[in-house]
Design a protein around this ligand. Structure first.
Ligand code: MG
Length: 374
């Protein structure tokens, strides 16, 4: 399938853009009482600008979940982008959120910590669904206090890092075209992990000499082969290599870390707080995503935990709209690296929030997430 056909396919998928899926429990009118909460969930189909391929999946669209939280005349919105790797999908995320609607409807959002803890206790898995609830409540809280969320967390927006721009796995010709289209970004993240890795990097290097980050997404299964690939990449202007081998191959990853000629970043190996201490000596840096950890509160805590153990940190993302990307961006002054470009891959983003100038994340200084309609 050539690129034109791919784009047409993406356009056709867009006909299905907005799936009905709104559910409101208890038919509570958010405006009827200052003390009532009400929550709606909505599955939304994001159309992608290019077919997005990694070692895990290939698609022209992604279904995500929005959670709208209303209380006292203020509304917050959150988003979860379910991760295929963890066998999550939008319908499962929606069902999980709907299963706690009575809890959310009875909740006092000024005590969000208690509410989020209870949500985590009641919902097994479904991290993207939990993230959507968390983000919606944080957006509500920021609006209630009248402060942007970076300010709520005590962060300086000028410390927000540059974000790289990700290039999915593709043919050399399309890879070159994508790299040219990413001219505004000073750093690129290149997806590898197949037997075409050298071809892919050669295609990138035929167009640009920018620093690269490389993400193998667990694709290399032989540690000797991984070590040789990393040696080769170390001569290609690469800053670090992300998740070179499968998440659970900790002994092999530790071996690789000891001899690797580039820093290693953990992503799929690092999902929950208890994973972090086990990864000392395995990775130099860890990648945190709201959809993997379950939202802003959990991610803030995990980033601080990782920093205290000496890790460099990165905020990453799934393909998402500006809602989820802006939520992560509000925490980005905390981290060394950002890979927050998921909204830039989307053709029908319903929101505007964080923007990018010469690669640097510019945080909105409006209350809460600071989102506006697109
Ligand atoms: Mg990754």
């Amino acid at each position: 399938m050539n690129r034109r056909t791919l784009l047409k396919t993406a356009g056709a998928a867009g006909v299905l853009a907005c799936l009905p899926g709104k559910t409101t429990a208890f038919a509570a009118d958010p405006k009827s009482s200052a003390n009532a909460s009400s929550v709606e969930t909505e599955i939304y189909r994001l159309k992608l600008r290019h077919t997005w391929t990694t070692t895990m999946s290939s698609s022209t669209y992604r279904d995500i979940l929005y959670v709208h939280y209303h209380h006292g005349g203020i509304s917050g919105v959150g988003e979860g982008a379910p991760i295929v790797r963890y066998k999550e999908d939008a319908k499962g995320a929606q069902a999980a959120v709907n299963s706690v609607l009575p809890l959310l409807d009875a909740s006092d959002p000024t005590q969000f910590e208690k509410v989020i803890s209870e949500v985590f206790a009641r919902i097994p898995g479904e991290w993207a669904g939990k993230a959507a609830i968390d983000i919606a409540m944080m957006d509500w809280m920021g609006k209630k206090l009248g402060v942007p969320l970076y300010e709520y967390f005590g962060l300086d927006p000028h410390d927000a890092p540059i974000t790289d721009f990700s290039i999915g796995i593709d043919t050399p010709a399309i890879t070159r075209e994508k790299v040219r289209e990413a001219a505004a970004f000073p750093v690129l993240k290149i997806k590898v992990g197949l037997d075409t890795d050298e071809q892919t990097i050669a295609a990138v290097r035929s167009v640009t000499d920018k620093p690269l980050r490389v993400d193998a997404n667990e694709g290399w299964t032989d540690r000797e082969v991984a070590a040789r690939k990393i040696d080769w990449l170390s001569k290609q202007g690469v800053q670090f290599v992300e998740q070179p081998m499968p998440a659970d191959r900790i002994d092999d990853l530790r071996w690789l870390h000891q001899r690797a000629s580039l820093p290693l970043m953990g992503d799929e190996s690092c999902r929950h707080p208890a994973d972090i201490p086990k990864l000392v000596g395995v990775f130099d840096a860890l990648n945190f995503k709201l959809d993997k950890t379950g939202g802003m509160m959990q991610t803030y805590m995990m980033i601080q935990m990782a920093r205290s153990l000496g890790f460099k940190t990165m905020l990453g993302c799934m393909v998402s709209s500006s809602c989820s990307i802006t939520a992560a961006a509000h925490l980005s002054p905390l981290v060394d690296y950002a890979d927050l470009d998921g909204n830039l891959l989307v053709a029908n983003d319903p929101y505007r929030g964080v923007t990018v100038k010469d690669g640097k994340l510019i945080l909105p200084n409006r209350p809460g997430l600071g989102l506006l309609p697109a």
